[in-house]
Design a protein around this ligand. Structure first.
Ligand SMILES: Cc1cc2nc3c(=O)[nH]c(=O)nc-3n(C[C@H](O)[C@H](O)[C@H](O)COP(=O)(O)O)c2cc1C
Length: 176
């Protein structure tokens, strides 16, 4: 078992050396999440990426949030879109998720998607569709925390979500 400690430290100093990126990736990966495809039309092309940092925030007003890497080349293009599509990927969509995260090739080749009149792109066979407008953003270190104001919700009952845990895609099983 590896144990990295988070010792209290005076403000203004850097993080303890043992909290290196590899340790933190492993630690964060111990927390299971779903994965959401965030996509919109830019010109004639769908643009999007996969995000596991999706989290529900507020019922009134309806809001969710994602944390976006400051290095993302896709986000600056999406942030300009009038409406974003958020598709909660379903249990069979692990390969599709990798594709939507890859830096090579055309991400949407071979992916079944549709777009709304306002240009939100939604992935077919997902477990949930949301559309949202970009709201306030907050500093999140090497990520930017982005609030998304929900405009519409379409839930596909009975479609099981994809689960991401310890860098692997998994499926939900009922508790025995
Ligand atoms: C399962 C999974 C979850 C991801 N979650 C996030 C995330 O929450 N935020 C983020 O900025 N990138 C996330 N990524 C990385 C992006 O999908 C994508 O690879 C990244 O944006 C780099 O591409 P870009 O330069 O086109 O933006 C995730 C990738 C995978 C495979």
């Amino acid at each position: 078992m590896t144990m990295a400690t988070l010792a209290p430290e005076p403000a203004g100093t850097s993080a303890p050396a043992e909290l290196d990126a590899a340790t933190l990736r492993q630690a964060f990966g111990a927390y299971p999440t779903g994965v959401v495809a965030i996509s919109a039309m830019r010109g004639d092309e769908p643009v999007g990426f996969a995000a596991s940092s999706f989290v529900s925030i507020s019922l009134q007003p309806p809001m969710v949030a994602v944390s976006v890497a400051r290095t993302s080349t896709t986000w600056p293009r999406l942030a300009q879109a009038p409406l974003l599509g958020l598709s909660v990927l379903s249990h069979g969509q692990g390969a599709l998720c990798r594709r939507l995260a890859s830096r090579e090739g055309r991400r949407f080749d071979g992916v079944a998607w549709s777009s709304t009149p306002e240009g939100a792109v939604l992935i077919e066979d997902a477990a949930l569709w949301l559309t949202a407008r970009v709201g306030a953003t907050y500093d999140g270190g090497d990520h930017e925390i982005v609030l998304l104001e929900l405009i519409s919700v379409e839930l596909f009952d009975g479609v099981e979500p994809l689960v991401f845990h310890t860098s692997q895609f998994r499926e939900l099983l009922p508790h025995a």
